[in-house]
Design a protein around this ligand. Structure first.
Ligand code: LRH
Ligand code: MN
Ligand code: MN
Length: 388
């Protein structure tokens, strides 16, 4: 039997980080459909993210992307976030949009370009120092499109050198989180294509380097929860970029394409002790809302993670252990499926009511009139989005 009050207490401690870029205009390479009221500044993105926290109670931090979220004074931006009831979280370093990075950033064959990329990574550590952020998230678009284009092994050497320089620059309470991705924008080789490559680099770098699992960055059919279990066991899982996908890096709402996969991932997190704040896992969303309204889509995503977590916490660990030890294949599977098939929505509604929140965050936000207000207020100016 699972203790419901313990499940509720665990759910109260949950925190999911929102990506600033989810609130900005985004699109595919075919078209960006603008939406009324979309943020024009990093401050407005933070204000929108604060709405998600207001209605869910479990989204207290916002990840920045530099230079998309460039401001003159980052300490001031962090203070603004606090006024809004949230805080600045992970700093994402963007070394993929400058013309100089056409052939790569930290793995570029040109040492001058590599130095420029490293300078940007150092600047991002400066943003962390100013905002109090503890995590630097590194994703490199680096790779090649054609066999022979560059020396694959030399690129690994250049990558290792840059990562070491970043590690040496980190403060004692800061981490570097290395994100892998199978392909795109490079289509032949990618310099950090999978968790094994990321793990091998992080292992050499030491305790301050950990791997980020973006759920959209694998080959179809990859067992992501196995990767989660393995990395957690090694204390090398730094965090997640949650989203869902039907084909490749679709960046759709987490839990939309495959809620069962999300449950399986959260089960391994709980099983491996990753839900304990001491393990330091950053649970982040990394999504783009190209056709749906952005703030409600973020609320929906947070609720999807919360539901999957509640189900994972409901797994009867004692019954599962007993079934596994006795070799009861069907019984063990049934224990897991019982938890997955539980409708946790009434439990979560009750939890919110107990905490003085509306039991239905989607409806409460829709009633608030916030979307209509920003559509009226935020006219003119440059809309911040991809490439802004
Ligand atoms: C790359 C990625 C990475 C970037 C974000 C915008 O596909 O997942 O995390 O920072 O998208
Ligand atoms: Mn990502
Ligand atoms: Mn991605």
């Amino acid at each position: 039997m699972t203790d419901l009050s313990a499940v509720k207490a665990a759910l109260r401690g949950q925190s999911i980080e929102l990506p600033s870029w989810a609130f900005a205009n985004s699109g595919t390479r075919f078209k960006v459909f603008g939406q009324p009221g979309v943020p024009r500044t990093p401050q407005e993105k933070i204000a929108d993210a604060a709405q998600v926290h207001r209605y869910t109670g479990i989204a207290p931090s916002v990840a920045l992307h530099i230079p998309w979220d460039t401001v003159d004074d980052y300490a001031e931006l962090a203070a603004y976030a606090r006024e809004q009831g949230v805080r600045v979280g992970t700093v994402n370093a963007n070394v993929f949009q400058d013309d100089d990075f056409k052939l790569g950033s930290v793995t570029n064959p040109d040492p001058g370009v590599r130095a420029k990329a490293l300078d940007h990574l150092f600047a991002c550590i400066g943003v962390m120092d100013a905002t109090g952020s503890a995590d630097l998230k590194l994703w490199f678009a680096d790779g090649t499109n054609y066999p022979g284009q560059d020396d694959v092994r030399a690129r690994q050497d250049r990558l290792a050198e840059a990562l070491e320089a970043v590690r040496d620059r980190l403060g004692p309470d800061q981490r570097m989180l290395l994100e892998y991705k199978l392909f795109e924008p490079a289509f032949y080789t990618t310099d950090v294509p999978d968790w094994g490559t990321a793990y091998a680099h992080c292992l050499k770098l030491g305790d301050q380097a950990q791997v980020v699992v973006d759920t959209g960055h694998h080959a179809p059919g990859t067992n992501i929860e196995f990767i989660v279990a393995f990395l957690l066991r090694e204390h090398k899982l730094g965090g997640f970029d949650f989203n869902s996908r039907f084909y490749a890096d679709d960046d759709l709402m987490v839990g939309a394409a495959d809620p069962f996969q999300l449950f399986r991932i959260m089960y391994e997190v709980v099983r491996g002790g990753g839900y304990d704040p001491a393990e330091g896992i950053a649970f982040m969303l990394d999504q783009c809302h190209n056709i749906e309204a952005k703030i409600p889509a973020q609320i929906r995503s947070v609720l999807n993670v919360q539901e999957a977590t509640a189900k994972a916490l409901l797994v009867d660990a004692g019954a599962l252990d007993a079934a596994q030890r006795s070799g009861d294949v069907l019984g063990a599977n049934a224990v897991l499926m019982d938890a997955y098939n539980t409708d946790v929505r009434p439990l979560l509604a009750e939890l919110r009511e107990e905490d003085g929140r509306d039991p239905d965050p989607m409806a409460a936000f829709a009633r608030s009139g916030y979307l209509e207000a920003i559509a009226a207020e935020r006219v003119g100016g440059r809309q911040a989005g991809w490439g802004a």
